[in-house]
Design a protein around this ligand. Sequence first.
Ligand SMILES: O=P(O)(O)OC[C@H]1O[C@H](O)[C@H](O)[C@@H](O)[C@@H]1O
Length: 314
Amino acid sequence: MSKETVYVERCMGVNGLEKVILTEVRGFSAEVYLYGGQVTSWKNEHREELLFLSNKAIFKPPKAIRGGIPICFPQFSNHGSLEQHGFARNRFWTEDLDPPPFATNTTNKAFIDLILKNSEEDSKIWPHRYEFRLRITLGPGGDLMLTSRIRNTNTDGKSFTFTFAYHTYFSVTDISEVRVEGLETLDYLDNLKNRERFTEQGDAITFESEVDKVYLSTPTKIAILDHERKRTFVLRKDGLPDAVVWNPWDKKAKALSDFGDDEYKHMLCIEAACVEKPITLKPGEEWKGRQEISAVPSSYCSGQLDPQKVLQGG
Ligand SMILES: O=P(O)(O)OC[C@H]1O[C@H](O)[C@H](O)[C@@H](O)[C@@H]1O
């Protein structure tokens, strides 16, 4: 008798924190912690982990979990008076049992709806009422989709403004063998140079030192090529014009207490974001931001493998 797929399973994760495991028929899976509303794992049909999660990640509030896909809301980075990356990543989300319908109906079965609302405590630092609905879906082909719907439910007539990011940590074999496509020639703000604005030169983005840049008005599709593993991640986004690229490299890695000294070699953050032009919502208005990631064999998507290596059969 064939084992039936359990698409959504609720269980306990590290330190007794609640988590949800999504599984698809072909064997892909994803894990989501209610703490942070955070994806911490995304595996392909061979059970290979596709996201980076630090060996030193701390699963203990109020610390945010280092890795996976933290949600930065209502503030990205330190662009404002709130704590770094806002508070959504270290709050307990709840399951949204009756979410409003989506415009497009799909037949996906492996998904979970989460919700975060204002609390009395948070109102002291961010005096607004809101409903943040997050749907996390694992598609039949293994794609991981995150859809955020944020609604202003203020009753005092006030608008609110926020910045946002899906802070995705991709797992890569060797950062010095990784190339990012889709951000060439774009303008970016360099966080390592007081957010000064520059224009990207050259035709490929590769990595040989610390990087912390906010690329502006990027295309909706970005590819991350892991040459060594011959795997390409394709990130598609909607409603999120910017893309943050971050790798702490050796020195900054050492300064992070929840990050191994050498782990920077095996991760790259590419973050679908809205940073340069914050979003403002009037009471009753809703904003939607979507990210979809997939992992495909490199030759399929790029067609730009190193000719030298191709010739040598490497
Ligand atoms: O250490 P965290 O608060 O999680 O932030 C990690 C990183 O997130 C983003 O990528 C920012 O652009 C970086 O400046 C920051 O260092």
